[in-house]
Design a protein around this ligand. Structure first.
Ligand code: NAI
Ligand code: MG
Length: 338
């Protein structure tokens, strides 16, 4: 299986190149049969050529690769993140990666957040009516098709049930945003009826935020439309202990294609200082290995990562004195085959 590696900008290449030796080692020792190619898409290429996602890139990825491992995009020289939007949104929409999964490993347990990644308020339907020199009226429409909601909810519930989960919470705001809210509630109820082992509840997103911060272990698995999912995922990252820890997977269940990336951005404030925490990037590889069916490799990497995170080799964001590279030495040393 082939993986396309996109290191990107800022600390993206730092954490990606720090994490890849772990993949190399597992691949070699466990005979996983993985190979990867590195693509230099990002700010430098954009500034030099005006190209973010090259023509034909989506077809190439679809036909020759199973997954993308991406670092981060974002560069102060491209103030509106135009290249990042072209690449990231291009991949998410072009490859129909409509399920975004973020596992939140909290002090007392795991809370999985699943966010619908392609529709809702992010469809870009709307416009403005001018007034004076500015905007008088602004409209952004929230659009959901039953097909997308069904596909999303079905995939998530099947997966949660297969992993032995018991409790699922749907987050919505059906009291104030009634039309899409009703569609989500309706589909959620229908799909739940196929899973007698799962108990479903639904909560207004504002109440959810309150409870998630105060008592996160109320939740096991959470399903959310695009905008609510975006917001609650960042609360999850904060509860985990910071952006340096959070990883995400964007999946197209029909093709099995996945885009795996840390949640953090390119962190230009610390780029080049060896302080970037590679934990999220390594955790991203854990998700990637798991998705490709290499469960033992994923578990081994995850164990060594968690052990390394309990040493003083952690990077400054976690209170340690380690550099990106020193933390990775601690991870690699703890892999069983090292
Ligand atoms: P950011 O996530 O890059 O940084 C926020 C803060 O967290 C900074 O103080 C940074 O130093 C720290 N931080 C982030 N990752 C870290 C890590 N691995 N280790 C240690 N500290 C870490 O978000 P920010 O500053 O809002 O955005 C910077 C650039 O990244 C912007 O251009 C933004 O558009 C882009 N961005 C890209 C994303 C992506 O590629 N998916 C996601 C978020 C932002
Ligand atoms: Mg976000």
């Amino acid at each position: 299986m082939r993986i396309a590696v996109i290191p990107g900008d800022g600390i993206g290449p730092e954490v990606v190149h720090a994490a890849l030796p772990a993949l190399d080692l597992l691949n070699h020792e466990l005979g996983l049969g993985l190979s990867y190619d590195v693509f230099g898409w990002g700010a430098d290429e954009w500034l030099a050529t005006g190209v973010g996602l090259p023509e034909g890139a989506l077809d190439m990825l679809r036909s020759e690769y199973t997954a993308v491992f991406l670092g981060a995009l974002g560069d102060p020289r491209v103030p509106d993140m135009a290249h990042g939007r072209e690449i990231l949104l291009g991949l998410r929409r072009g490859l129909d990666l409509y399920v975004n999964h973020r596992p939140n490993q909290l002090p007392d347990g795991l809370v999985d957040i699943y966010r619908e990644n392609t529709q809702g308020l992010y469809v870009g339907v709307g416009g403005t009516v001018p007034q004076g020199g500015g905007v008088g009226v602004a409209v952004d429409q929230c659009v959901y098709t039953r097909q997308t909601v069904e596909n999303f909810v079905r995939y998530c519930l099947d997966r949660i049930a297969a992993q032995g989960g018991r409790k699922v919470t749907l987050v919505h705001k059906a009291n104030a945003v009634p039309h899409t809210g009703r569609l989500w509630q309706e589909v959620f109820r229908e799909e739940l009826s196929r899973h007698p082992g799962l108990t479903g509840t639904d909560e207004y997103v504002d109440a959810f935020c309150y409870h998630f911060v105060r008592t996160p272990m109320r939740y096991e698995a959470v399903l959310a439309p695009n905008l609510f999912g975006d917001i609650i995922s960042d609360i999850g990252a904060a509860l985990m202990g910071g952006l340096g820890l959070a990883a995400s997977a964007s999946i197209c269940p029909e093709t099995g294609f996945g885009l795996f990336e840390p949640v953090h951005g390119s962190a230009p404030d610390i780029a080049g200082t060896h302080r970037a925490n590679p934990y999220a990037a390594v955790m991203t590889l854990v998700l990637l290995l798991d998705h490709l069916g290499h469960r033992a490799a994923a578990a081994a990497l995850r164990d060594s990562l968690d052990q390394a995170a309990r040493t003083d080799a952690t990077t400054p964001d976690l209170g340690g004195n380690g550099s990106t590279e020193e933390f990775m030495v601690a991870v690699l040393d703890r892999l069983p085959m090292a």
